[in-house]
Design a protein around this ligand. Structure first.
Ligand SMILES: [Zn+2]
Ligand SMILES: [Zn+2]
Length: 262
């Protein structure tokens, strides 16, 4: 009993320390945003061209050069070679539909999108979050209008502490501001997982087993999972499954870019 009590006390102390750290990170992050707003003029995130105040954060020339995907599977956002105008799902989704009703990823994970996402995640180039978040906002009309909550893919608290921010949460900001959709905070990544990019597909799926947990109840009916890149879709499938288990009626996915399956 005493051992269990000591265990619980240690666990509670660790939890409250995590909350203190998360609070401090949130304060630092919002202070960073205020500072960035104050000192950085409005310029294109990709080429640096000065833009008028209030303009979209990507200039027209860079916007037209981005690797937009013409046609994609409506369930997993995989680019499709067909020129047909009919709504088509890829063979994998027809055989085994994913637990989410739709996935949209407007750009392919090639230059300069891959470089921008890496610069955002690993070199704190937060101006790319504003630019790529704007791309996500533009894609919202392609999704169902009844979405009532956003779930930025959670990072493990240790990785978030090291990085100083969660890029998926940063990407959500324009949608939160313009569409007024709230963010869910009840899902946590309970297991630190190695970087997905270094793993083969089957190892990625194993790597994600029980990586997430719902803490408390979720009132939302249609949740939109937001991420930077969809690669195998394993992360989104796991998150969608635990959201549905928690009583959410439907789940959609929105990411900046779609990488090809390996
Ligand atoms: Zn530009
Ligand atoms: Zn598909």
């Amino acid at each position: 009993m005493a051992f269990a009590r000591v265990g619980r006390t240690a666990q509670a102390a660790a939890m409250s320390w995590r909350h203190v750290k998360a609070g401090a990170l949130a304060i630092l992050s919002s202070a960073g945003h205020a500072l960035q707003k104050a000192v950085v003029p409005n310029s294109c995130a990709f080429c640096g061209t000065r833009l008028r105040l209030g303009a979209a954060p990507v200039c027209a020339a860079c916007d037209s050069d981005l690797p937009w995907i013409d046609r994609a599977c409506s369930r997993c956002a995989l680019p499709l070679p067909t020129r047909s105008h009919r709504e088509l799902d890829c063979a994998d989704c027809q055989r085994a539909p994913p637990p989410f009703v739709a996935a949209v990823a407007p750009l392919s994970y090639g230059f300069p999108v891959d470089a921008a996402i890496r610069a955002l995640k690993f070199h704190r180039r937060l101006y790319y979050a504003r630019a790529l978040g704007h791309v996500l906002l533009q894609s919202m009309p392609r999704l169902a209008p009844d979405i009532d909550a956003l779930l930025p893919v959670p990072l493990h608290w240790r990785r978030q502490a090291l990085r100083g921010f969660n890029q998926a949460l940063e990407l959500c900001r324009p949608i939160r501001r313009q569409a007024g959709i709230a963010t869910l905070h009840q899902v946590v990544r309970c297991r630190a997982t190695p970087y997905q990019s270094g793993l083969a597909a089957q190892h990625r799926r194993r790597n994600l087993e029980a990586a997430f947990r719902v803490r408390g109840s979720i009132r939302a009916r249609h949740v939109l999972i937001v991420d930077d890149v969809i690669t195998t879709g394993a992360t989104c499938r796991e998150l969608a499954t635990i959201l549905l288990d928690a009583g959410v009626e439907s789940v959609s996915v929105l990411a900046v870019a779609r990488a090809l399956r390996d």
